[in-house]
Design a protein around this ligand. Sequence first.
Ligand SMILES: [Zn+2]
Ligand SMILES: [Zn+2]
Length: 169
Amino acid sequence: MRISLAELELHRVTASESYAPGALDFHGAEFRQTAPLNIKVNAELLGTEIRIQGNLETRLEASCDRCLGGVEIPVRSDFDLYYRPVRTIAKEEEIEIPEDEMEVGFYSGDGIELADVATEQVILSVPMKVVCGPQCRGLCPVCGANRNLESCNCAPPQQDSPFASLKKQ
Ligand SMILES: [Zn+2]
Ligand SMILES: [Zn+2]
């Protein structure tokens, strides 16, 4: 679904859409969508900027950074986004709104794809580091055993401890 500039010039646009797992391209991100993504937005034109307010929810699955086990990530995001036309960036160097107070994106052509808004928001809502739980013990660096499930008898590698060299002194 496309939020078209021509329509926004006439009135505000309300749109909602449901994307099944696999319908959106997350650009090779290391997670997969496991439930429909539902997005609702209100769009309006403010001068040449398109403001898109809305929310989305879905569920993702990613691998734990420590033990590689599956981690369920519920996503629920509220957003308030401003998109500027690409061609005006050069001549409008002065930006009145503090950059850190709102998110600004850019659009080109005759509007914005709702799928692009959804994709971007999902990618932004995934934490940089995914861990199945704070108690996750990860994989043994020596034998690769999942230490949440079994205990192996490997001695921890000496260089792993930042204090190993201090103790000798
Ligand atoms: Zn884990
Ligand atoms: Zn081991």
